[in-house]
Structures are given as C-alpha cells and as structure tokens.
Design a protein around this ligand. Structure first.
Ligand SMILES: *Cc1c(COP(=O)(O)O)cnc(C)c1O
Length: 388
C-alpha cells in the first residue's frame, strides 16, 4: 500500500524533508518571502539578466509579434524563425557547426544522452555530476561507471579496462553545481582521444560565466574540438529558460530524429527564445557585467578561505561553505535568515552524506555593500557555530 505520510515523517526525522516556499518578488539581489525582505545569495541568475530591461523589451516585442504560446512540437509547426536565429547564435557562441535548443537543460541532458548511447555502450561519469546527467545515463540503458571527482587517473584506468568496441561517452559538468570547481577538461579530452571516446560537457553553470568571452569551459581552457559535445542552459546566466546542445551538424540532425524529449514536447514560447537571443547579444557586447561577477567571486572566495571556512575548492561564483552535519547546515542557514540573508542549506541526496553545506551563489548585480554585509555575517555566525 502507498503510505506517503510515513515516508515524509521518515524524511522529517532525518532533517531531509523539503517544502516549497512562495517568493513574492522578482529575481534580483533581494527577495521577499512571508512579508520579509532578504538579501539573495542563492540564485543562478549570475549576470542579473533575469530582470534585465533589454531582455524584458525583447520578450515583450516577441509576444507582440509572435504571441504567447509555442503551439505544437517543433517537428510539426512550432519551429518559429526565432529558433533558427537562436540556434545560429548559440553555435557561433560555442564555436560549433550547429546547435539544438531543448525545453530545458534537464530535457537536453536526458534526451541527448539517451539518444547518444544505448544498452551495450558505456558511460563514465564524474561522481559529482548533476542529477539530470545521471538520469540520462540510466534511461539510456548504457552501462554507467562512476569515477571519483575529477580523478582522471582513475578514469584512464577505467577506459583502459573496457572492451574496446564499446561506444564510450565521458560525462562531466564544466562547473560542478554544488562545489563550484572546474572539470579538468584538457586531461579528459586527451583521454577521450587516446581511447576513442566522446566527451559530454554540461556547461549549465559555465555558459555566460567562464572563459575570456564567457562562452564556457572550452573557452576557459582555449579548446575547440568536435569530440566535445557541449550542453548548456539558457536558464541560468542567460536569465531565461531552455537547454541546448552545440556540436557538429550531423550529431544535431541525429538528435532531431532520436532525442525523445526533443520530439514529443511543445515548442518554447517565442518570448523565451527572444530573451535568449537578447542575452547572447548582451554577453557578446558587454563584458563588464561578467567582470563585475568575477570581481565579487574572487573577493568572497579569498576572504572565506582566509578566515578558515572550507569552500570545497570552489573556483567560480558558486561558493560552498562545507559544514558536514545536516543539522549544523540548517542551523547556519536559519541564523543567516535571522540576519536577513537567504542562503539555503544543501543536504543529501543533493550532496554526499556528511558533506552538507551552505551554497552561496554570487551575482554581478550584488553591490559592494551587500557583499561586505555577507562576509561580516558569515564570519560572525561561523564563529558562533565554532566552524572557524
Ligand atoms: C540546472 C542544471 C541543469 C538543468 O538545467 P535546467 O535548464 O534548469 O533544466 C543541468 N545540469 C546542471 C549541471 C545544472 O546545474
């Protein structure tokens, strides 16, 4: 028999129950909840584009010209000209022949991995890969082997051991979403070349953020290589919604025919597509937003490390503070709320047992005063909880 209440009580006892809380403000550096205003340090809206006037104007114009709904699947009549324009822009941005937009990053991952490999093939995935990548791997039916976080030596050994005829995909995040560190892409690519594998790179947190042009992990390492299948999302730094794959033309044509979450779903609303086009325009034209994000990032990380917090090797605007016990992480988060700062505790199963943490994410649009208040408050509570 189903007994949902019992399952939930079980979670509650372990401090693992989750609940939805309504937010009464737009996506910005502050948020309103239960009538109170908090400083927001937990959004993936890294460049502040989710509430940017240029993007809003683009969305409004698209609604006037194209209406509000996608109408039908892209393979039927939902494939508006805006899709073509957006995909051309993405391909240019990612230095690839072609690109394909999905309804979300999640759909891009489960759809693409599910189409690229099947039963009898093999996937090697970093242990800290995003849930949607693992989901895609499971759905594909391929054999899934997990290697220790960023451990390319182990990956090399596993590649060596496999049967050579197995079609092989190495799956990794570009920036790891709960640790904020960067994948060792050059070494992974070298192994892929040596063992005739492909690399599936999830650039959800890197697109718009990482690299001299904000193009992502390949840009960061100065790599262009068609062995790397680049996935990204339009929902984080780009401020809107959608996911994509950027790669060779032949792979894109294959996905159009084989990726079920691409085929059997309605096209995105035109306004959402127009928003992403405007975001890519802005990122190309105005590097100052990204520079401001990195100025905050370097300042916060340096300071937190100096005062003795464990920031999990973060190198990006995602800066965790590792606490360990779930209860302590929740306590830390509650004390921050009392001070007017919103930073959620991240608990298992999102992160491994015993590694509960606070996860700070920074935005270009935070002011220096907001950053200063964050640092002072984290230090005060860190001392109270004897973490530093
Ligand atoms: C957020 C995220 C996704 C999913 O992207 P959505 O566009 O939010 O569906 C995929 N991979 C990683 C690493 C993510 O952080």
């Amino acid at each position: 028999m189903f007994n949902f209440q019992k399952e939930i009580s079980f979670l509650t006892k372990q401090h693992l129950a989750r609940n939805l809380v309504p937010i009464d403000s737009r996506q910005s550096t502050t948020l309103k909840q239960n009538g109170r205003i908090f400083l927001q340090f937990s959004s993936n809206n890294y460049l502040g584009l989710a509430d940017h006037s240029t993007l809003k104007s683009a969305a409004i114009a698209a609604i006037q010209n194209w209406g509000v709904g996608g109408g039908s699947s892209r393979l039927v009549t939902g494939n508006s000209r805006l899709y073509v324009e957006l995909e051309n822009r993405i391909a240019k941005f990612k230095n690839t022949e072609s690109a394909l937009v999905f309804s979300s990053g999640y759909a891009a991952n489960i759809g693409s991995i599910g189409a690229l490999v099947q039963k009898g093939d093999i996937i090697f995935a970093d242990r800290l890969c995003h849930a949607s990548l693992i989901e895609g791997a499971r759905l594909s039916g391929a054999t899934l082997r997990v290697y220790h976080h960023k451990d390319t030596e182990q990956l090399g050994r596993l590649l060596q051991k496999r049967k050579v005829k197995d079609k092989t995909l190495i799956v990794t995040d570009g920036v790891f979403s709960m640790d904020g560190d960067i994948t060792p892409l050059p070494e992974i690519l070298r192994l892929a070349e040596e063992h005739n594998a492909f690399v599936y790179l999830d650039d959800a947190h890197s697109t718009g953020v990482l690299g001299p042009h904000g193009q992502g992990t390949c840009d960061h390492f100065g790599l262009i290589n068609s062995r790397i299948i680049q996935m990204g999302t339009l929902s984080k730094a780009l401020g809107g919604l959608g996911g994509f794959i950027a790669s060779d033309q032949s792979l894109i044509e294959y996905l159009i025919n084989r990726a079920r979450p691409f085929i059997y779903t309605t096209a995105l609303p035109p306004s959402v597509l127009a928003t992403s086009i405007a975001a890519l325009d802005l990122i190309g034209k105005d590097p100052s937003i990204r520079k401001q994000l990195w100025r905050h990032t370097n300042q916060v990380r340096k300071h937190l490390n100096q005062i003795g917090f464990n920031t999990c090797g973060s190198e990006t605007p995602i800066i965790p503070i590792r606490v360990g016990k779930t209860e302590t992480a929740l306590d830390f988060s509650r004390k921050l709320l009392d001070e007017g700062i919103y930073i959620p505790a991240i608990r298992p199963p999102t992160v491994p047992d015993g590694t509960s943490r606070l996860r700070i994410s920074l935005m270009a649009s935070h002011t220096d005063e907001q950053i200063q208040f964050l640092l002072v408050t984290l230090e005060k509570i860190g001392k109270e909880l004897r973490l530093i």
